[in-house]
Design a protein around this ligand. Structure first.
Ligand code: HEC
Length: 182
């Protein structure tokens, strides 16, 4: 008796098991699909082939910051003891690879921001919650030039570079990991 209320994945697995019958003549194993990488972002359909100067992001960073606001607040000041500030944060204004990696992979564990220790977790935006290179660049450019910050913009190319360099990563960043980036 089957209970047909499971996900497609479960179903597919069941079908597979039935098909293979336990033997090892698994000639056609369609199991290994689910491309974890490159979900062919249809959202970022810019198709901008024109080689603009270091191509700045075209997304609206201020608007995307709306996704960060609940925790880091409209002012970027965060919430003492809970959410670290982006205003004046050395992680925000330092090497761009660091905040990029935070958005792509999330952050976990103890981190010191402006002399205060936080020990919590932030989810990733680049993988579980898809955010294109352009969007990551835009929101970081906004954050790096707002709340009194004045660090250089982040380009989609920089994001793509960090994304590629850290593609095999499956766990959130830690302060130590961030420090290793430059
Ligand atoms: C659900 C709450 C939440 C949201 C939403 C969120 N963050 Fe965070 N963020 C955190 C927490 C918590 C930490 C600290 C994690 C730790 O203690 O390891 C953090 C850390 C950071 C840091 C490093 C520390 C610092 O203060 O500079 C950056 C940069 C950052 N977040 C940027 C962002 C950006 C940009 C967004 C939006 C795209 C965002 N965060 C959305 C909760 C959040």
């Amino acid at each position: 008796m089957h209970t047909p209320r499971y996900s497609l994945t479960t179903l597919a697995a069941a079908v597979l098991m039935t098909a293979c019958g336990g033997g090892d003549k698994s000639a056609s194993t369609p199991a290994a699909d689910t491309t974890a990488a490159a979900p062919a972002a249809p959202a970022a359909a810019d198709t901008a082939p024109a080689a603009t100067v270091a191509s700045a992001s075209t997304a609206n960073g201020e608007e995307i910051y709306g996704r960060c606001m609940a925790c880091h607040q409209a002012t970027g000041a965060g919430m003492p003891g809970a959410f670290p500030p982006l205003a004046g944060s050395e992680w925000v204004t330092g090497p761009s690879s660091r905040p990029i990696a935070i958005l792509l992979h999330g952050l976990q564990g103890e981190i010191t921001v402006k002399g205060e220790k936080y020990n919590s977790a932030m989810m990733a935006y680049g993988t579980s919650v898809p955010m294109s290179d352009d969007e990551v660049a835009a929101v970081l450019t906004y954050v790096r030039s707002s709340f009194g910050n004045s660090a250089p913009p982040v380009t989609p190319a920089e994001v793509a570079k960090v994304r590629a360099a850290t593609a095999s990563r499956t766990t959130p960043m830690t302060q130590k990991d961030l420090e290793a980036l430059q």
